[in-house]
Design a protein around this ligand. Structure first.
Ligand code: AMP
Length: 114
């Protein structure tokens, strides 16, 4: 989608640090990491947020979740543990309106989820 930051990253128009990619999703390092591992997994087809997942195929959505697991394994945090977060809408402080999953790990994460 025109003017979408993550669509531009997927298209290679804006540089990113790629971690993983398959036909459905793209994973890259967050520019402002909140943990030693902080990777964003995004669907290659533009979908605004979790509220819009009905616009995706079930296969593409599943591919994104599998990519989160793959990223955790590649980053070496699968055994110690990691968190997958998707912010949806203003109360969750979603700042980029292209569905994305934060994969966070590499340290003891807070019990607090807010
Ligand atoms: P959210 O606040 O859940 O919408 O997450 C958006 C995330 O995108 C934030 O964690 C930002 O640090 C990250 N971000 C913004 N611009 C870039 C960029 N150019 N490359 C990588 N990550 C980015």
């Amino acid at each position: 989608m025109k003017d979408c930051l993550f669509c531009k990253i997927i298209a290679g128009e804006i540089p990113s640090s790629r971690v993983f990619e398959d036909e459905d999703c793209y994973a890259f390092r967050d520019i402002s990491p909140m943990a030693p591992t902080h990777v964003l997994v995004v669907p290659k087809t533009h979908v605004e947020s979790m509220a819009h997942v009905d616009e995706m195929s079930s296969a593409a959505l599943a591919a994104c979740l599998r990519a989160c697991r793959t990223v955790a394994e590649m980053e070496g945090v699968a055994e110690s543990g990691y968190r997958v977060v998707s912010n949806c809408g203003p109360d969750a402080c979603q700042s980029v309106k292209h569905l994305h999953f934060h994969v966070l790990g590499g340290k003891q994460l807070s019990e607090k989820m807010d």
